[in-house]
Write a protein that binds this ligand. Structure first.
Ligand code: DQA
Length: 145
C-alpha cells in the first residue's frame, strides 16, 4: 500500500471556523474524507496538521521513507519559510502545493511562494477540491502518467 501525506500548516486546524467567507465552512475532517474518497486501490492517505514549522519539517523527513507523495497546504509558511522549502527539497517523490483560496487575488504578500520552487504542481482557488486534485495528481505521477 502506498501512502500519500496530506500536510497542513498553521491555522488550518480551524478550517470551517476561520474566515469562512474565504476558506468555507468545511473542516479538515471533510478534507480527509474527500481525499480518501478519491484515493484509488493500492493507495491510502495520511492527513496531518501542525501550527509548528519544525513539526512539519520533521514529518517531511519521516515521509522520505514512508510515502509516495505529498499534498501540502503550508498556510502562511508558504510565503515565509525557506526551511520548509529546504525540507521539501530533501524529498524525492511528487509534491503538490494546494491553497484553498485564490492567493493571487489576495494581498501582494500571498503572491510569492517559496514552496512553489519545489512543487511539481500548484493549485489555488478551487476550495477543498484542490486537495482532491492534488491527490489525483500525486497518484498519476507515482504510476508514471
Ligand atoms: C492558504 C493561503 C495562505 O496565504 C494563508 O496564509 C493560509 C491558507 C489557503 O489555503 O488559501 O493559511 O494556504
Amino acid at each position: 500500500m502506498k501512502t500519500i501525506l496530506i500536510l497542513n500548516g498553521p491555522n488550518l486546524n480551524l478550517l470551517g471556523k476561520r474566515q469562512p467567507h474565504i476558506y468555507g465552512h468545511q473542516t479538515l475532517d471533510d478534507v480527509e474524507r474527500l481525499c480518501q474518497s478519491v484515493c484509488p486501490d493500492g493507495f491510502q492517505i495520511s492527513l496531518k496538521q501542525s501550527n509548528h514549522e519544525g513539526q512539519l519539517i520533521d514529518w517531511i523527513h519521516e515521509a522520505r521513507e514512508t510515502t509516495c507523495g505529498i499534498v501540502i497546504n503550508p498556510g502562511a509558511l508558504t510565503h515565509t519559510s525557506i526551511a520548509l522549502l529546504d525540507a521539501l527539497n530533501t524529498y524525492e517523490p511528487p509534491v503538490v502545493e494546494v491553497h484553498i483560496s485564490q492567493v493571487h487575488k489576495r494581498e501582494a504578500f500571498r503572491h510569492h511562494s517559496y514552496v512553489s520552487l519545489r512543487a511539481d504542481g500548484v493549485i489555488a482557488g478551487l476550495g477543498l477540491d484542490g486537495y482532491a486534485a492534488g491527490v489525483r495528481r500525486v497518484v498519476a505521477l507515482s504510476v508514471g502518467q
